[in-house]
Ligand binder design. Structure first.
Ligand SMILES: [Zn+2]
Length: 320
């Protein structure tokens, strides 16, 4: 991690750096606020990041954010002082000190259009699924489908949550749970056997970043998890639609997905056994929920923006 903020004084870099602050009610505070700050983030971006997606290269806007180091330190010191070093201390520690990423498209152009609604995904880091291509979970194909879906719409973002490996328990503990799963325990029972929480993640920071990226906008959330929808609504993000994201179902992860479905995840496995991986995710309307007394904006289906993809193809052709 890089906490020496002197880089801010390098010309050009300075224009890409923001300090973003929220009050106790999770409201974005005006720039330069001094009192009532509850959460402060350092945000860098956009940095251009060309990403290979299928046969295309799509240039995403990459933002990085981390909790202000003094705030992260205070959070951990308070936990220590209260003697709360329990088994989810790792999660609290890694969430407080992690650098998260946002891979975004179209925010500058579409934020000003009332009819445009971004499609977003909160993706918890998964080294085995995202990097190694492991089929013990569905993370890799979900990440790929989410990025493709955003590229197709031209407006949306994946928030890549780096401190949330193994639903927050970390990579080593995740490997231990895999051993326990080989003995017949499901993914949640394995956590419990290790005295670890079934799900140790929080999504407040992700919710704050969505409010920064999309001020006063509803979002369409790509998820099967009711927990993520509730968590975002709790910090005042208007989740107007759920976009189902079932991808990468294979024999090796069926037990894992069935365990998730039994814990309330909205996954109907039998419908997805022979899915076409290239079909766009299906949209499920959610009941409208007023946030802070304000009813969500009505939604109009978005026309796919192909400009980004055309641009990406041109870039690809130049490279070839
Ligand atoms: Zn995974």
């Amino acid at each position: 991690m890089y906490y020496d903020l002197k880089f801010r004084h390098i010309p050009y870099v300075e224009s890409k750096f923001s300090v973003v602050e929220f009050d106790a009610g999770h409201n974005l505070m005006p720039h330069g606020s001094t009192e009532g700050v509850q959460a402060r983030y350092n945000v860098l971006g956009p940095v251009m990041l060309p990403i290979r997606l299928g046969g295309d290269i799509v240039q995403f806007n990459w933002y990085l954010y981390f909790l202000d180091s003094e705030q992260a330190r205070t959070k951990i010191m308070e936990t220590l002082a209260e003697g709360k070093i329990d088994y989810d201390f790792f999660t609290k520690f890694s969430e407080a000190f992690t650098v998260n990423s946002v891979l975004s498209l179209g925010e500058q152009e579409h934020n000003l259009k009332p009819e445009s609604v971004p499609v977003v995904r909160l993706h918890s880091c998964c080294a085995t699924g995202d990097i190694f291509g492991s089929c013990r979970c569905d993370c890799g194909p979900q990440l790929d489908a989410a990025l493709k879906s955003i590229a197709r719409d031209g407006y949306g973002a994946v928030l890549y949550l780096s401190g949330q490996e193994g639903r927050g328990i970390g990579l080593f503990a995740k490997a231990l749970t895999y051993l326990l799963q080989e003995c017949g325990h499901d993914t949640f029972e394995a956590n419990a056997l290790l005295k670890l929480p079934e799900d140790a993640r929080t999504f407040d920071d992700a919710g704050h970043m969505l409010k920064f990226l999309y001020p006063n906008k509803p979002v369409r959330l790509m998820t099967n998890s009711p927990h993520k929808i509730e968590a975002l609504r709790r910090v005042g993000v208007d989740v107007a639609e759920r976009v189902e994201l079932v991808r990468g179902v294979v024999a090796q992860n069926e037990g894992y997905l069935r365990a998730k479905a039994a814990r309330g995840h909205m996954i109907e496995l039998d419908q997805h056994q022979d899915q076409d991986q290239d079909q766009p995710p299906a949209v499920t309307p959610l009941p409208a929920t007023a946030i802070n007394g304000v009813a969500p904006a009505s939604l109009t289906p978005m026309a796919a923006t192909s400009a980004v993809v055309r641009e990406a193809k041109a870039l690809h052709a130049q490279d070839a």
